[in-house]
Design a protein around this ligand. Structure first.
Ligand SMILES: Cc1cc2nc3c(=O)[nH]c(=O)nc-3n(C[C@H](O)[C@H](O)[C@H](O)COP(=O)(O)OP(=O)(O)OC[C@H]3O[C@@H](n4cnc5c(N)ncnc54)[C@H](O)[C@@H]3O)c2cc1C
Length: 181
C-alpha cells in the first residue's frame, strides 16, 4: 500500500493508536461507517469498489448515511479494490484523544477522476463537487481557495461547531492538495 498509494498508507497510520490499528479492519471500519472514520473518506476519495460475498458496490453507492451502508443484513465485505491514483493525499484534523477525524479530507486525481471526499464534518462521508470541478483544470490549493462548504447540516458537538468544521474542510482540502502536488 505504501508504494502504490502512500496517501492511503498515511491515512491508515493516522488511525487511533497502535492497539486500535492492530485490531481494527478495513471491512469493519467501512461496514460500521462511523461519521468520523478515516477509511470511508479514503475509499470514496480514491473511487474504490467494495467487493462482498455477493456483488461489487462502488464507494459512491456504499456509504449511505450515518452508520449506514448499502450492505444487506447478512452481507460480508470480502475485499476492496482501489485504482492507483496519479496524485493523492489525506489531510486530517484529529480529535486529540481518539484520533478520529474532526475533519479529514482525501483528494485524488487519477483513473477515478478528480475527487474530494470529506469525513468527520457531516453525518456521513461526502464529496465536494465544486472543489472537484476547480481541481480538474487546475490542481492547486489556489484553485479551491474561495470554495466553502455550508455549515448548515454539518456536525456540531463539544469538540467543534458546524462553522468550525466547515472552515476545516477548506483548510484540510487545501493542505491535501498541496501535499499531493
Ligand atoms: C479508541 C479508538 C480510537 C479509534 N480511532 C479511530 C480513528 O482515528 N480513525 C478511524 O477511522 N477509526 C478509529 N477507530 C475505529 C477502529 O479503527 C475500527 O474501525 C472500529 O473499531 C471497528 O473495528 P473492527 O474493524 O474490529 O470492526 P468490528 O467492531 O468487528 O465491526 C464493526 C461492525 O462492522 C461489521 N463488520 C465487521 N467486518 C465486516 C465485514 N468484513 N463485512 C461486513 N460487516 C462487517 C460488524 O458486524 C459490526 O457491525 C477507533 C476505535 C477506537 C476503539
Amino acid at each position: 500500500m505504501k508504494k502504490q498509494i502512500p496517501a492511503l498508507a498515511a491515512l491508515a497510520e493516522s488511525i487511533g493508536d497502535p492497539q486500535v490499528r492492530n485490531r481494527g479492519t478495513i471491512g469493519g471500519s467501512i461496514a460500521n461507517n462511523d461519521p468520523a472514520a478515516d477509511y470511508p473518506a479514503g475509499l470514496l476519495g480514491l473511487g474504490a469498489t467494495i467487493k462482498t460475498d455477493r456483488r461489487e458496490i462502488a464507494a459512491d453507492a456504499f456509504f449511505t448515511g450515518m452508520f449506514e451502508t448499502a450492505l444487506e443484513d447478512d452481507e460480508i465485505v470480502t475485499s476492496v479494490s482501489i485504482p492507483v491514483p496519479k496524485k493523492a493525499s489525506y489531510a486530517k484534523f484529529p480529535n486529540p484523544a481518539s484520533r478520529y477525524a474532526i475533519v479529514g479530507v482525501m483528494v485524488a486525481q487519477g483513473p477515478a477522476g478528480t475527487r474530494v471526499a470529506v469525513t468527520g464534518a457531516g453525518p456521513g462521508v461526502f464529496r465536494v463537487a465544486e472543489m472537484e470541478k476547480a481541481l480538474e483544470s487546475n490542481f492547486s490549493a489556489n484553485a479551491i481557495e474561495g470554495i466553502s462548504v455550508p455549515a448548515s447540516g454539518l456536525n456540531a458537538d463539544m469538540h467543534a461547531s458546524a462553522d468550525y468544521r466547515a472552515h476545516l474542510v477548506g483548510v484540510m482540502a487545501r493542505r491535501a492538495v498541496t501535499a499531493a502536488s
